[in-house]
Design a protein around this ligand. Structure first.
Ligand code: FES
Length: 105
């Protein structure tokens, strides 16, 4: 599995998503509840950036219609979105947040 550096751990703020582009793929990096998650940054319902939404209870909420995606699985827990968004494996090495674009689910 190949990991690429996404950002520095020290630049992340709790519950504040950070949008990065990895090999042309938009990814939202989220530090919450003591863990760091990487989730595809486009809502599965429409072309909207999830990193502009709020984080709560290990979910990220789409600001446009309010579907909430589980940061662990990418699955939505409320309509109108019905399809999951990809989530990606994360590794922390020192101050580096590394992400593998291999899809987890
Ligand atoms: S665009 Fe995200 S829920 Fe509609």
């Amino acid at each position: 599995m190949t990991y690429v550096r996404a950002c520095r751990l020290s630049e992340l703020e709790e519950d504040t998503p950070k949008r990065v582009e990895l090999d042309g793929t938009p990814v939202s990096i989220v530090q919450t509840e003591g863990e760091v998650f990487a989730i595809h940054d486009i809502c599965s319902h429409a072309n909207v950036s999830l990193s502009e939404g709020e984080v709560d209870d290990c979910h990220i909420e789409c600001w446009l219609h309010g579907s909430r995606f589980d940061l662990r699985s990418g699955k939505p827990d409320a309509l109108p979105a019905t399809r999951p968004v990809p989530v990606y494996p994360v590794k922390i090495e020192g101050d580096d947040v590394l992400v593998s674009l291999t899809q987890e689910s």
